[in-house]
Design a protein around this ligand. Structure first.
Ligand code: HAM
Length: 458
């Protein structure tokens, strides 16, 4: 497991005061590799995406849950699996001051089950939950793969049949549709069967791999004993032919899992969702059974999975609860935003910005401009108004108005103040400036910017 530390080789100084001195002398402190700042030019896109997601969750009646970012290490080891890449190599694990082993969450499903159990949310009731937030994995950073990344996740508990599998898939499909992504993503689907069917299949698979041992690479040889199904996931071209000939899990499904899977595909067909059956889709976390799926794209290079999930009927019991069927997925927000940017699908209004720049022309109008700004904000709630702050010459004030990106500037000088008027300048249009009575200003702005005015109390 990766220890909690920056990648740069840093002096092994335990005393924090010395550490601070050392840093001050040697270099600027930088963000941890693979952990990104989200700068103001990008955050409107995130807000756009997040607001679309929140709205969708409400329409599908999923309730939001927020879990802590740090959990006991044992939670992840027990749920994701001891011999998975995440638990073996990627967790940010550290000892806290009490000597407890804690881990920055690498995913949300385990925490969600823990929280639902801890608060009795699964007792005699079903749940449809969603969450979003940062996750942490010590992977090799590259485009679309980070050490701190963000997921939106959905988890449904207490539903046995395939209708809920279809429902969560339809929810994700609707998001793609609303974002304009439908043609750019593919749904891959598989069933892993019951844990008994998988155990039997595992034996068949191990025999097959043993017979082709000379073709297995080092990683696969290691997995042969611990997690042979994951060998099917290998991208090593030298193994491709051998893997194509491997026995397929779909041919070894138990009857119930087969019926479940057929039920799901019938529902997806009825809803007009196209999918590709991928018998080699096994997922990298151990808790799955029956349905597994991934939404992939070819537009992002090698990190093409934008959303992934499946059923995990055994996990609640494994974490100390009563047997409870469960299904869910998580999508990678960074990857989806990259995809929207690559395909130029971020709507203009999601780029944020400022409509109106209100500019006191000199010091004498600073306070009246401040109160006028507040009046306008109350009168036109959708208005994005920036008040000039920080003084300066008239020229520099006008420069700042232009730089703000606003389409309109409002100029308030001593003359305007004396006459209760305002000067309206069109910053992006060849149009004469206008002098308006202040009383007419909110209505004029609302009309020019196509915004509603606040409803007056009766
Ligand atoms: P996962 O496949 O590990 O599943 O991650 C889900 C998604 O998170 C991936 O498809 C990808 O879009 C994004 N993701 C994963 N790792 C990174 C990374 N290093 N950088 C950027 N994005 C990443 C889970 O986490 C399961 N908890 C999903 C689930 C929920 N299954 C059932 N319920």
């Amino acid at each position: 497991m990766a220890r909690l530390q920056a990648d740069h080789a840093q002096p092994a100084i335990e005393d924090p005061v010395l550490l601070v001195k050392e840093f001050a002398l040697s270099k600027k402190i930088q963000a941890i590799r693979g952990m990104n700042d989200l700068l103001p030019d990008v955050s409107p896109r995130w807000q756009f995406f997040e607001s679309r997601v929140r709205d969708l969750m409400q329409r599908y009646t999923f309730d939001e849950i927020r879990m802590p970012i740090v959990e006991q290490t044992a939670l992840f080891a027990r749920s994701i699996g001891e011999v998975t890449d995440i638990v073996e190599k990627e967790m940010y694990t550290f000892e806290d001051r009490n000597g407890d082993s804690l881990t920055l969450r690498p995913e949300g499903t385990a925490s969600c089950v823990r929280a639902a159990l801890e608060h009795g949310l699964l007792y005699n009731q079903t749940q449809r939950l969603w969450y979003q937030g940062p996750m942490f994995r010590h992977e090799r950073p590259q485009k679309g793969r980070y050490r701190q990344f963000h997921q939106v996740g959905v988890e449904a508990y207490g539903f046995e049949g395939p209708d809920i599998d279809a429902e969560v898939i339809l929810l994700s499909a609707r998001l793609w549709q609303e974002l304009g992504l439908t043609e750019h993503v593919t749904l891959e689907l598989n069933s892993l069967g019951s844990s008994e069917a998988r155990a039997a299949y595992r034996d068949t698979l191990v025999s097959y791999f043993e017979a082709h041992r000379e073709l297995l690479d080092e990683d696969s040889l290691r997995r042969l004993a611990s997690n042979p199904l994951r060998i099917l996931d290998s991208k090593n071209p030298a193994m491709a032919e051998m893997l194509n000939g491997a026995p397929q899990l779909i041919d070894h499904l138990d009857e119930e899992s087969r019926a479940h899977f057929e039920g799901l595909t019938a529902m997806l067909d009825a809803a007009g969702i196209t999918y590709v059956l991928n018998p080699r889709l096994v997922r990298g976390l151990d808790y799955y059974c029956r349905t597994v799926f991934e939404w992939t794209t070819t537009a992002l290079g090698s990190q093409g999975t934008v959303c992934a999930g499946g059923r995990y009927d055994g996990l609640v019991e494994q974490l100390g609860g009563k047997p409870t069927p469960a299904v869910g997925f998580a999508m990678g927000i960074e990857r989806l935003i990259l995809l929207l940017e690559t395909l130029d699908l971020v709507p203009k209004e999601a780029l944020g910005g400022c409509d109106v720049y209100l500019l006191p022309m000199d010091e004498s109008t600073t306070i009246p401009a401040l109160t006028l700004a507040e009046t306008l904000r109350s009168a036109v709630p959708g208005l994005h108004l920036q008040l000039h702050c920080g003084g300066g010459s008239f020229k520099s004030r006008m420069k700042k108005a232009d730089k703000s990106g606003a389409t309109l500037a409002l100029l308030l000088g001593p003359d305007e103040l004396a006459n209760d008027t305002i000067t309206l300048k069109f910053l992006r249009q060849e149009r004469d400036q206008q002098s308006l009575p202040q009383a007419a200003l909110s209505a004029t702005l609302a009309e020019l910017l196509n915004l509603a005015t606040a409803t007056q109390p009766t």
